[in-house]
Design a protein around this ligand. Structure first.
Ligand code: WT7
Length: 649
């Protein structure tokens, strides 16, 4: 079923790690509280979520917890609140006003710390800048920025006035940025001159300039000075961040926003060429990300918590910015690469700032393993008390290495399964209560309904593989796909009758642990970044030399999946290394460097069924092993297969 993710079978995993007793007794969720949370959620799931929502500051109370009109949910109907006020203002009336909200380190080694008081002030000022340019509640603002405190400030300033932000990861190209700006109809773009990455400058503003040539809805562009590179500023449209801040007031009352007010759009890859604008709203989203950050990340007032994700991805939205700040935590932020100037940069940061929690991706862990444990062992790391992973299945050996080499066998590991669409964590251990095993995200969190089903919607038995589905609405669920509610219904709620189809294969063991096996659709996970094969195919086909393209994932030790493209050429073109390089560059230009194929194979024809569908399963097998063992009886022309095999040899 999940051919593309042939990670080793975990059926025989027996290593178990119960929470250390000192951790358990001090955890936000002790074993006793865990039992109580599960029982409460079981008894009355709406009352359970209402209790979590009640820990936030509301300006107007809700009148109804859930209005479920499948597949559309409204949570906390009639309630009003402001997310920035929940992440900032409410801490200012406590001792936390002088607590570090953000500790930031730039790649060159420069650092900055902002207290809650200072962060609040900066957010209010930037919100006033947005207002000055006519941005009001409901307007869309694109954010294309480096990992500096200002990206968090930009998000929170939007949230404060009710502008819907759409963050585009800085690694995406001008074309990808343009398409996202246009799809959301953004009025304003926040960017920077550039960012530091592995000692060189990633230029952001020139990409924005190119995007804005074909983005008629954008009236204003605000530019943060980060690298000091020379940039073109278009008079009337472009303004420097620091200049704009000089003249605004630091008083900006938070807007009272409906619980269902659109907080953000975040684009993610699906099974067609066009990325989906996942829409998240206000009250339910904050309820779930704040609660899960507290339960799973065990955030306490004396922690320095570091999630290494870029704010350009959902992990950065939910667990760098909103969840931790709603809990009044101290958040570590780092701008650059993990191996700059040397492969011990992360461990230097942990010791330098006393980081207590590290939440990162399996692909990063696999890179650290490859670089060698000596880089880790050079540093004390005795401040660490909890480790986390997210984004892809973690192979048990990487999990064990993380536990032993980084965590010294002392820190619990939380493997957290969720998606851009789920907004917050769904399956994860409660580190003070759940016994973990390498390779499983363990159990659904309290209030979350998960099952494994067949394609026909039938339940499956223990250890039988199937499709991961969500059986009831959850507060942080996506509300729709921006501008395409039909696709929302089809994509998520029609594949399997009556439930949410996550797109992952999984099995549940006898103890109720979920073992995620990877995507079952045409989405591939490359270094924890989600890409649609169709997106890469349409980028390839837009090159004049290419007639047809089929893209598949191939299991890769480091990246999870590598991108393999099978390409047929227009007549008269010949496939050589120069064309390979040109096609890779072309994909980088169309989407971003993260989508460059690792391997391009020129072929005379692609294997198709009699009805003309490309048989990707065959291509996956050929990419992975050079051979085909599965059923090929529907293949239209067997000689194509022989040819592909021969090319491989
Ligand atoms: C896909 C979602 C969740 C934020 C980052 C990725 C895979 C995510 C895990 C995990 C196994 C995982 C799934 C999922 N995934 N977490 N702990 N174990 N697989 O968000 O880009 O929306 O990707 O990432 O395949 O569907 P995303």
């Amino acid at each position: 079923m999940t051919e593309s993710h042939a990670i080793e079978s975990h059926q025989h995993e027996t290593r178990r790690f119960p929470p250390p007793s000192d951790f358990a007794s001090r955890a936000n969720v002790t074993p006793e509280l865990a039992a109580q949370l599960y029982a409460e959620a079981e008894a009355d799931v709406e009352a359970f979520w209402a209790k979590q929502a009640a820990t936030l500051d509301w300006m107007t109370p809700w009148t109804q917890v859930l209005d479920w009109n499948p597949p559309h949910a409204k949570w906390f109907v009639g309630g009003k609140l402001n997310i920035a006020a929940n992440c900032l203002d409410r801490h200012l009336t406590t001792w936390r006003r002088t607590k570090a909200a953000i500790i930031w380190e730039g790649e060159p080694g420069d650092t900055r710390t902002l207290t809650y008081w200072e962060l609040h002030r900066e957010v209010c000022r930037f919100a006033n800048v947005l207002k000055k340019f006519g941005i009001r509640a409901g307007d869309r603002v694109a954010i294309y920025m480096p990992m500096t405190p200002e990206i968090a400030i930009a998000l929170l300033a939007c949230a404060r006035i009710g502008a819907t932000h759409s963050v585009v990861f800085g690694g995406f190209s001008a074309e990808a940025l343009r398409d996202r700006i246009n799809d959301a109809g953004c009025k304003l773009v926040v960017t920077a001159d550039g960012a530091w990455r592995r000692g060189t400058e990633v230029r952001l503003k020139p990409a924005v300039d190119a995007a804005l040539e074909q983005a008629p809805t954008v009236q204003t562009c605000i530019v943060l000075r980060r690298t000091g590179a020379k940039v073109d500023m278009q008079p009337g449209r472009d303004h420097w961040w620091h200049e704009m801040l000089e003249t605004v007031s630091d008083d900006c009352p938070p807007e009272a926003l409906d619980a269902e007010h659109p907080l953000f759009i975040l684009y993610t890859s699906g099974t067609t060429g066009k990325p989906k604008g996942i829409l998240h709203t206000t009250g339910g989203y904050l309820t779930q990300v704040a609660a899960t950050a507290k339960w799973v990340l065990d955030l306490k007032d004396d922690d320095v918590y570091w999630c290494t994700a870029d704010v350009g991805w959902v992990t950065g939205h939910s667990y760098v910015v909103y969840g931790p700040l709603a809990n009044g935590a101290t958040v570590m932020m780092y701008e650059g690469a993990p191996n700059h100037p040397e492969p011990d940069r992360f461990w230097r940061i942990v010791d330098r700032h006393g980081v207590t929690m590290l939440y990162t991706a399996p692909t990063a862990i696999r890179a650290f393993i490859r670089w060698g444990e000596q880089w880790v062992l050079k540093h004390r790391l005795d401040s660490l008390r909890l480790l986390g992973t997210v984004g892809e299945p973690i192979n048990p050996e990487a999990w064990m290495w993380y536990r032993q080499v980084v965590g010294k066998g002392r820190c619990p590991i939380v493997d957290t399964w969720w998606q851009t669409e789920t907004g917050g964590m769904m399956i994860a251990p409660l580190p003070g209560a759940t016994t973990t095993m390498p390779g499983t995200a363990t159990r659904p969190l309290p209030g979350i309904g998960v099952e494994i089903r067949t394609k026909d919607g039938q339940p499956v038995g223990a250890n039988e593989g199937g499709y991961l589905v969500l059986t009831r609405p959850w507060p942080a669920m996506l509300r729709t796909i921006w501008g395409d509610d039909d696709r929302y219904r089809r994509q998520y709620w029609s594949e399997i009758e009556g439930v949410y189809f996550a797109g992952d294969g999984a099995r549940r063991d006898e103890q109720g642990n979920y073992w995620i096996m990877g995507r079952v659709d045409d989405v591939i996970n490359v270094s924890g970044h989600r890409l649609g094969t169709a997106e890469i195919e349409s980028a390839l086909v837009s090159h004049e030399a290419v007639a047809e393209a089929a893209v598949v994932g191939r299991p890769d030790e480091l990246k999870g999946s590598a991108i393999v493209a099978f390409v047929t050429l227009e007549s008269g073109r010949s496939g050589d290394d120069a064309l390979r390089a040109a096609l890779r560059e072309h994909v980088a230009r169309e989407i971003g460097a993260l989508a460059k194929p690792d391997d391009i194979r020129f072929t005379d024809a692609l294997p198709k069924t009699r009805s003309g569908k490309i048989m990707r399963r065959l291509l996956r097998e050929i990419a992975a092993s050079g051979n085909v063992v599965g059923d090929v009886t529907t293949l239209e022309d067997f000689s194509v297969l022989e040819k592909l095999r021969a090319d491989e040899a």
